[in-house]
Write a protein that binds this ligand. Structure first.
Ligand SMILES: Nc1nc2c(c(=O)[nH]1)N[C@H]1C(S)=C(S)[C@@H](COP(=O)(O)OP(=O)(O)OC[C@H]3O[C@@H](n4cnc5c(=O)[nH]c(N)nc54)[C@H](O)[C@@H]3O)O[C@H]1N2
Ligand SMILES: Nc1nc2c(c(=O)[nH]1)N[C@H]1C(S)=C(S)[C@@H](COP(=O)(O)OP(=O)(O)OC[C@H]3O[C@@H](n4cnc5c(=O)[nH]c(N)nc54)[C@H](O)[C@@H]3O)O[C@H]1N2
Ligand code: SF4
Ligand SMILES: [Mo]
Length: 787
């Protein structure tokens, strides 16, 4: 179906196969390690940790070490694909010109006829790992004016955005555990030894946990599986899945009952203490113990340890988010941090201040955070942070009527594998009028597109972490330009997305830089009229003219750095030469801290002078200036949370299912898309159903034999792996597998497809406040297969 790949001749400028090195921040997980790539000609032949990186200091994992193989994967698409012969036609390579022309020709009339809601946008996880993914989706959504936005967040961290929005008035104000300084870490539903951490950007997370133990600190891990992280802990609690919110409520209840609360400095900035106390009064250790499968004594002990630790942080991730009470659990994590006085203090849980954040302002009441400003058309799910649940995408495509989704734009997303009921979504996507995928692979989702726009391999892209610096355990800033020049015939992903914005706006053919200049104009236009901005009253044209950068994204980065907390705000005095950028010395934290924005004057040029990055010091307190609630205070018991607590109370009396399923991650995986890399996918089959020996014996299951797994949404078969690393009553199957559909081009993955765990779900189980799918702790039944 596809023309054979043609390998372009090596770029021989500067001598054939000249060996050199280049720095590249790793885009494969949230740890954002700095890598040193070895490059021969245009090929990445090696990858090691950059020891001089100010943040990652040489750390690397097997994924980062496989960067070269990933970059050179022969299955990566090299040119756009366009479907010829209507929806039932075949995908064939085409020119960029033809691809964008088709998008403009098909989408504009569709929007004009059926309105803006007729386009659904799906944003997948890699958007937070690319510059393009950070810089263009807002413009795309602005141009489309659709409310049908679905992202991987509703399969992931949306509960945390909602709880932060309600508590602090800002869904992005997410505190991170101060890993390097804390004395006590209570970690729930996270396995950083495999995942390398999430909503807590920390290269060498494992090393940081070991260092915590070494300096006499304690680690408690709450996880139904005895993970590699749990094995490092002082205490491992094999909780019953889905009950973390009950445990956390009981911990808070004990703190109140035993008068162990102490807000410290936050007392002046928080309201609703006694209301929280009243609201959780009946979640005693005795009441929640049976549901969590824990003793009341152990719950009390954990609460007392938390209160007694000189500093402590509570941190919850996937296993506390993608569950029935995800938002309540996420809220309670921070309630505990607040009640123990650990929020916003060194050693506790602090808010990072990234170089592209808004510069801190004088504290003032904000607009607050509203939920459910609109609802989904078919099931009436409330929006959260402007998004609808990804689990509801299929029904929005399938159900006829005003506002039906008829076209889909998927950026870096593979929801056919990552969202509930992939088979249904697969059928739904097959039935849309028009679909665009921006994706390097022809996979389970992009195979439905009429136009596939492939970004270049990562070595050919510049990198800056707009998202993850805001969740980093240390303030720092790093930028790596493309390590290898863009291959002939390729477009940078930024240009792809800019052209896509133009195509859907009826501006097809305009220069892609127009999109960047429009954003720059708008940002500066707003800033100069804002009395709190350092550029208030200045001339936006003059400011724009001073931006440096060879590309639109670089100019926009320069703008954000200059207006950000470490920038000089275009002060008329330009930063003095290289010696001024002393931040990189690392030894000067204190003085940087005193005046991080003063003469430093962070801007793109400054950053380019420091290829290994600039250390901006340890995390510092940010309350109250970051609060954006209407009261200007931390609102401890927001109304939507209070309204959801009866549901949690209901769980106290519910009879637990006899067997529930949870997921797991493997160090060499990354959701659905690294199974095509031989170095990361060899060895024994990883898509196995883990089960405790007692449950296996009870159900007559044998090691290595296939077992039938059934749940609300469907039936699967997977090989049995008997291990006491999962507790009784719990089985585990990883996600991202199921590479068995026709019409894909992922040769290695398709040879060992595994099964798609999300086929067990029908999309109806959601955390109601955030619209996040319940991917962990849902009931399943098992039976041995015949034969
Ligand atoms: N059962 C279960 N399901 C889960 C989870 C779970 O724990 N259990 N986890 C959930 C979580 S946390 C997440 S974040 C989601 C992820 O859900 P998705 O984002 O849908 O899944 P990914 O596998 O990350 O798919 C990313 C897509 O981006 C493409 N891609 C890779 N690099 C680039 C790039 O540089 N540019 C572009 N344009 N595309 C790129 C890949 O080829 C792939 O098609 O899955 C969720 N699904
Ligand atoms: N190697 C690798 N790294 C990755 C990814 C990957 O796919 N592979 N994906 C990336 C992405 S998109 C994300 S969001 C992060 C996620 O990073 P983490 O949150 O660390 O993800 P997991 O490793 O899935 O860990 C979740 C843990 O929760 C446990 N769990 C399940 N249900 C419950 C429950 O009800 N209560 C409690 N307390 N625990 C429970 C599971 O057993 C599991 O060990 O990882 C990122 N990093
Ligand atoms: S830990 Fe994450 S960022 Fe670091 S090398 Fe591995 S995949 Fe890349
Ligand atoms: Mo994720």
């Amino acid at each position: 179906m596809l023309p054979e790949n043609t390998v372009l001749p090596e770029n021989t400028v500067g001598g054939a196969h000249r060996v050199r090195t280049a720095l590249r921040i790793c885009p494969l997980c949230e740890a954002t390690c700095g890598l040193t790539l070895t490059i021969e000609g245009r090929t990445v032949t090696g990858s090691r940790g950059d020891r001089e990186d100010v943040f990652s200091k040489g750390f690397i994992c097997p994924k980062g070490a496989s960067f070269g193989e990933l970059d050179a994967d022969p299955d990566r698409l090299r040119a756009p694909l366009v479907r010829r012969g209507g929806r039932d036609g075949v995908l064939a390579e085409a020119s960029w010109q033809e691809a964008f022309e088709l998008i403009a020709a098909r989408l504009r009339p569709l929007i004009e006829e059926h309105g803006p809601q007729s386009v659904g946008v799906v944003l997948g996880n890699p958007n937070v790992h690319t510059m393009a993914g950070a810089l263009y989706p807002a413009a795309l959504l602005g141009a489309l004016r659709t409310r049908n936005l679905f992202t991987a967040s509703t399969l992931d961290q949306m509960p945390k955005h909602v709880s932060s929005g309600l508590l602090f008035g800002d869904p992005f104000a997410i505190p991170v555990p101060d890993l390097d300084r804390t004395d006590h870490l209570l970690l729930l539903g996270a396995n950083p030894l495999e995942s390398n951490g999430s909503l807590c950007t920390a290269p060498d997370f494992p090393g940081k946990l070991r260092a915590l133990r070494k300096r006499g600190g304690t680690l408690t891990v709450v996880d139904p599986r005895r993970t590699r992280t749990a094995r490092l802990a002082d205490r491992h609690v094999a909780i019953r899945p889905g009950t973390d919110a009950l445990l956390l409520a009981a911990l808070a209840q004990v703190l109140f009952e035993e008068k162990l609360t102490g807000l410290g400095r936050l007392a002046d900035h928080a309201e609703g203490m006694s209301e929280v106390h009243d609201a959780i009064r009946d979640f005693t250790p005795e009441a929640v113990g049976p549901a969590c499968d824990m003793s009341a004594g152990e719950i009390r002990a954990i609460a007392r340890e938390l209160a007694a630790a000189p500093t402590a942080a509570v941190y919850g991730r996937i296993g506390s988010c993608t569950v029935e009470f995800g938002t309540l659990a996420s809220w309670l994590v921070d309630v505990l941090n607040i009640l123990t006085g650990n929020l916003d203090r060194p050693g506790g849980a602090l808010f990072p201040l990234s170089a592209t954040d808004r510069a801190p302002r004088t504290p003032a009441p904000g607009k607050g955070f509203a939920l459910g400003r609109w609802t989904s058309r078919v099931s009436g799910h409330p929006e959260a942070k402007g998004e609808l649940p990804l689990a509801a995408l299929a029904e929005e495509i399938e159900t006829p009527g005003e506002g039906q989704i008829r076209a889909v734009i998927a950026l870096a997303a593979n929801p056919v594998l990552s969202a509930p009921d992939g088979d249904r979504l697969d059928r739904a996507l097959a039935g849309v009028d028009f679909m665009v995928s921006v994706d390097p692979y022809l996979n389970e989702t992009s195979r439905h597109a009429d136009v596939v726009l492939p970004p270049p391999p990562p070595a050919q892209s510049a990198h800056f972490d707009f998202a993850f610096n805001g969740f980093a355990v240390r303030n720092q800033v790093r930028y790596t330009p493309a390590a290898v020049p863009l291959e002939d015939g390729r477009l940078d992903e930024s240009e792809i997305l800019a052209r896509l914005v133009l195509a859907v706006s009826g501006m097809h053919g305009a220069a892609p830089s127009a999109v960047d200049e429009m954003v720059i104009d708008r940002t500066l236009g707003k800033a100069v009229t804002d009395p709190g901005s350092p550029v208030h009253g200045r001339d936006p044209k003059e400011l724009a003219a001073r931006l440096t950068g060879r590309t639109g994204p670089e100019r926009r980065l320069d703008l954000m750095l200059r207006l950000g907390p470490y920038g000089a705000g275009f002060s008329t005095e330009e930063p003095s030469g290289a010696s001024g950028a002393s931040g990189a010395s690392g030894a000067s934290d204190a003085s940087d801290a005193e005046d991080p924005s003063g003469t430093e004057g962070l801007c793109l040029d400054r950053l380019l002078e420091r290829p290994h990055g600039i250390d901006l010091g340890p995390l510092r307190p940010r309350v109250p200036s970051l609060l954006k609630t209407r009261s200007g205070r931390i609102e401890l018991l927001p109304a939507p949370i209070a309204a959801d607590l009866p549901r949690l109370r209901g769980a106290l009396a519910a009879r637990p299912a006899s067997l529930v399923l949870v997921g797991r991650r493997h160090l060499r995986s990354n959701n659905s898309w690294l199974h095509n890399i031989p170095a990361l996918s060899g060895g024994s089959n990883r898509c196995t159903l883990q089960i405790h020996p007692d449950d296996a014996a009870r159900l007559g299951l044998a090691e290595g034999r296939p077992v039938r797994i059934s749940a609300d949404g469907g039936v699967l078969e997977a090989p049995v792996e008997i291990t006491d690393a999962v507790r009784t009553g719990v089985v585990s199957l990883p996600h991202g597998w199921g590479h068995s559909r026709p019409g894909t081009r992922t040769t290695v993955a398709s040879a060992r497809p595994g099964v798609n765990v999300n086929q067990l779900l029908d999309g109806s189980r959601l955390d109601p406040l955030s619209g996040t799918a319940v991917l962990n702790g849902f009931p399943v039944e098992l039976s041995p297969t015949a034969g």
